[in-house]
Design a protein around this ligand. Structure first.
Ligand SMILES: Cc1cc2nc3c(=O)[nH]c(=O)nc-3n(C[C@H](O)[C@H](O)[C@H](O)COP(=O)(O)OP(=O)(O)OC[C@H]3O[C@@H](n4cnc5c(N)ncnc54)[C@H](O)[C@@H]3O)c2cc1C
Length: 331
């Protein structure tokens, strides 16, 4: 059995690996087992060298450095063809990638090209006693947990950020990943859309919402004033998210929406303020580690799933919380 597991190495334009990619390397090592190998797939011509030592410490033995000529690998049809080429070259059994919008689309295209079975939004992935790849995910707005066994020779699993705790390989035995260059001739079909202009977002010091360890979320109760949430998020190094009510009102961008029709998050700490905890919102956050809720209504449904709840006005509670954290931090 070919037990090569490919990990898509999502990275920024600087070449920095995106948060949580190393968690995939850990999951890949467990899937590959003793006889298998973990290979990274680096698509694009950003500088790869700085990432190699850290990949070696996480058990990646080979990195396929894929270039796509004039075709922009940020377009999902191009990314899918790059992945398809590496799957073909390696005969890999499993492809792991972060569960982002772009990767889900690329995974669907990869599955069409290869006949692979795909599971998205996995909260865990393992092999069962028969060696099948089995992924765990919550469905129906978080009300059910399912285990899905992939029945095809190639399994493509998109794993939620924070689902796996990343582990180094033995510090005494880091690998020196071999880099294999791969130039993919992308089809005309994959390049029917071209990127004609790109404007970078204003840089933010806050982490990505989808991969942040801490997320502070505001709802209708903020009445559009996210100031106290941003102050708290900045104090604890968190990202800022929102309910659909808040994004529909235009109080914050749609990319901040968490829930069934938004981003799925599973941070170690979720703080919801002025959020009722509607089922559509819960579907995107109830896998969070510790849930803290601040709501003026003691009957708010979010208290049913909160580990810690404060019944109170967020405009009174959050500034005190931020101030106390600042005091503790400054000793
Ligand atoms: C098909 C479909 C898909 C949807 N997808 C999503 C989704 O992806 N994500 C999502 O979030 N929603 C989604 N929704 C909407 C969802 O059903 C809820 O309407 C929404 O999540 C509620 O947002 P909220 O908690 O901000 O507002 P509300 O439910 O109105 O709750 C506001 C809360 O703030 C509290 N509050 C008010 N003032 C204060 C204060 N000063 N201090 C503290 N607490 C205060 C109130 O007690 C209340 O509990 C979807 C709906 C549908 C039909």
């Amino acid at each position: 059995m070919n037990a090569t597991v490919l990990v898509l190495l999502d990275h920024a334009e600087t070449g920095a690996l995106r948060g949580n990619v190393l968690e995939l390397a850990t999951a890949a090592r467990d899937l590959a087992g003793d006889g298998g190998a973990v290979h990274g797939v680096w698509v694009g011509d950003e500088p790869l060298d700085p990432a190699l030592p850290v990949l070696g410490r996480h058990g990646v033995s080979v990195v396929h450095a894929v270039t796509t000529g004039d075709a922009d690998p940020r377009l999902t049809p191009v990314l899918a063809e790059a992945l398809t080429a590496v799957v073909g070259d390696t005969g890999a059994a499993v492809v792991l990638a972060l569960s982002t919008f772009e990767n889900k689309e690329a995974a669907a295209r990869l599955a069409l090209a290869t006949g692979a079975g795909v599971v998205t939004d996995a909260a865990a992935v393992e092999r069962d006693a028969d060696g099948r790849v089995v992924a765990t995910k919550t469905v129906l707005a978080g009300t059910w947990t399912t285990r899905c066994a992939v029945r095809t020779d190639l399994a493509v699993v998109l794993v939620k950020a924070g689902a796996v705790v990343s582990r180094h390989v033995d510090a005494e035995a880091p690998l020196a990943p071999e880099v294999q260059a791969c130039e993919v001739a992308v089809s005309e079909r994959a390049t029917r859309v071209r990127v004609v202009e790109r404007t970078p977002q204003a840089p933010s010091d806050r982490p990505d919402l989808g991969s942040a360890d801490v997320v502070v979320v505001g709802g209708r109760g903020t009445e559009g004033d996210f100031g106290p949430l941003e102050a708290l998020a900045d104090e604890i190094g968190g990202a800022v998210g929102a309910t659909r009510v808040a994004t529909d009102e235009g109080w914050i961008g749609h990319e901040a929406q968490i829930g069934q029709t938004g981003v799925t998050v599973s941070p170690r700490l979720y703080v919801g303020a002025g959020v009722s905890g509607a089922v559509h919102h819960r579907g995107g956050m109830q896998a969070s580690g510790t849930i803290v809720a601040v709501n003026s209504d003691p009957e708010a449904p979010i208290f049913e799933i909160a580990d810690y709840g404060v019944v109170g006005d967020l405009f009174a509670v959050l500034p005190q919380l931020t101030e106390e954290l600042r005091r503790l931090r400054n000793g």
